[in-house]
Design a protein around this ligand. Sequence first.
Ligand code: KG4
Ligand code: ZN
Length: 389
Amino acid sequence: MTGESDRRNLLLTISAGNESSGLLSLRPNVATTQNRTSSSDLLLAIESSCDETAAAVVDRNLNVRSNIVASQTDLHARFGGVVPEIASRAHVKRILPVIDESLSTAACGLEDLCAIAVTTEPGLVGSLLVGLTAAKTLAAVLEVPLVAVNHVEAHIYACRMASSKEVFPAVGLVVSGGHSNLYDCVSAVDYELLGSTIDDAAGEAFDKVAQILGFSYPGGPAIEQAARNGDRAAFRFPRTFLNEDRLEFSFSGLKTAVLYEVNGTPGSHAAPPPELTEPRIADVAASFQEAVVDVLIEKCRQALQRQNRNRLLVGGGVAANSRLRERLRGLADELGVALVLAPPEYCTDNAAMAAIAWELLDRGQTTPLDCDVIPGLIRRREPATARSR
Ligand code: KG4
Ligand code: ZN
């Protein structure tokens, strides 16, 4: 791809022939971090790491001009979790309409974009590749920088989006379907992993327990809803590592304890468990949720004290949980630390939080077009500035 006509053809192809997207009046945009001067410069962010196809347009001052999320929940619900092949095929179908929608909602065209941000890690390989391919194509034809974004770090950056002022340095907690990670957030782009889960993620535990209780995927909101009518102290479920001085999580024992409470312990000669009535479901949900929240609170306390930080940032799908949010506020008051929670609409997967790319752009951390996806969660301790993407 060399000439202007090649670029134009490629754009027409990727826009699926949608002339209303303004592509026919395309002017190549050669803006770079060096010549970026206007506060109205726009970044297009693309997110497709798991089962949400998302695109957002965010300006230099972190004003979100559009935030489009096409959820695949309905496609995966009957399997009780995300099926990677179904997810990637759905991304292929949805990525261009979602990008088009994000541009039209933001009332801008491709020619207004000065950079393309995209989640490249961690996530499902096929899903990540769809977003990255779209992003690389746009960056190439528009001749604007590509910025690779780490999805888990973007979940923390969602807290910055909620705040009118700086939120770093801080301790950061990301609790989602795939991750339960504690970070020392030295700056907006320098996150040191302090600890994570050794088995299930917190959101994964919510989803699995929801399945045990007969709710469909994703289970977090259903558990939260059921727990409202339940007794948090009805069952004393395990709280792994609660009183140990270690910044790690383990939720698989808790999930198994719920399974045995509901279905009975395999091989046990005890009487079969009581029928799973609505009040019993509510009690199990409330007791399970409290066990997860107890552990998350305690590990945040340990991390804040260990790192001697006076700010706590919390993001990821589970951060939408209102009981967790209430207990985090209590912890912040008790310790006298500032708490910044990701707004509920930026807790679950979205592209707006990939606005962390502005921070990377400002530091000259753009990404070459031959970059690849990094599906696995890489435990890295060196500063982000030392990355080779
Ligand atoms: O961040 P996210 O959208 O995707 C990942 O990066 O994994 O998180 C999705 C997870 C799911 O496990 C879902 O059950 C959980 O977040 N979740 C919740 C709530 N809303 C979503 N968990 C507990 N309470 C909620 N209100
Ligand atoms: Zn996520």
